[in-house]
Design a protein around this ligand. Structure first.
Ligand code: SF4
Ligand code: ZN
Ligand code: ZN
Length: 180
């Protein structure tokens, strides 16, 4: 089984060497202290990556606990944030949503990814609208608009076809009662 020594031979005065039991303690308080103790360690990122790549290691490695690493074994790209927390790499819809979980504004890369995600969703719904009878729909017309493009003839025709019905409904409404 690999040990920390294999990774840290050239890094002297590592916190986990001064109090190794805490890094492998079953107690939550000890684990928290170990996680904090890892924060200033010069090999923290390499240590965490090593532990993520080796499911057999247990205890606190690189500021991560065994349970945390288990939840990251699906191959998602990770990073440490400014507070030393294990987070998703920015630039995806999932990372965009995770910003809100940390009560912070999404970063530029995540906003761009989110907008691309929204655009792709609209594009898929528009393709669906174009498969409808007549080759377009009123919903498709508004999707074209939201995508910042000129609507196709079929979607324009569909929205125009709805106008008379809408106007008829408006005309059928009882007139508003004037205030006394
Ligand atoms: S990051 Fe933590 S576990 Fe890894 S070598 Fe440094 S102090 Fe030890
Ligand atoms: Zn981000
Ligand atoms: Zn269209």
């Amino acid at each position: 089984m690999p040990t920390l020594t294999t990774l840290t031979d050239n890094a002297p005065r590592l916190p986990c060497r001064t109090d190794p039991d805490r890094w492998h303690s079953p107690h939550a308080n000890d684990r928290r202290a170990a996680v904090e103790g890892c924060q200033p360690c010069p090999v923290r990122a390499a240590c965490a990556r090593y532990a993520l790549d080796h499911p057999e290691v247990t205890g606190v490695w690189g500021g991560t606990t065994t349970a945390q690493r288990r939840s990251w074994r699906d191959g998602r790209p990770w990073r440490f944030d400014e507070q030393g927390r294990l987070r998703l790499v920015c630039g995806s819809e999932e990372a965009y949503r995770s910003h809100f979980g940390y009560r912070e504004q999404p970063c530029v890369a995540c906003v761009a990814a989110h907008e691309a995600h929204i655009g792709a969703g609209r594009r898929a719904r528009l393709a669906e609208a174009h498969r409808a009878a007549g080759g377009g729909s009123a919903a498709g017309y508004w999707l074209h608009r939201r995508l910042g493009e000129v609507a196709c003839a079929a979607c324009v025709a569909a929205v125009q076809a709805r106008r008379p019905a809408r106007q008829a409904r408006r005309g059928a409404r009882p007139p508003a009662v004037a205030a006394a």
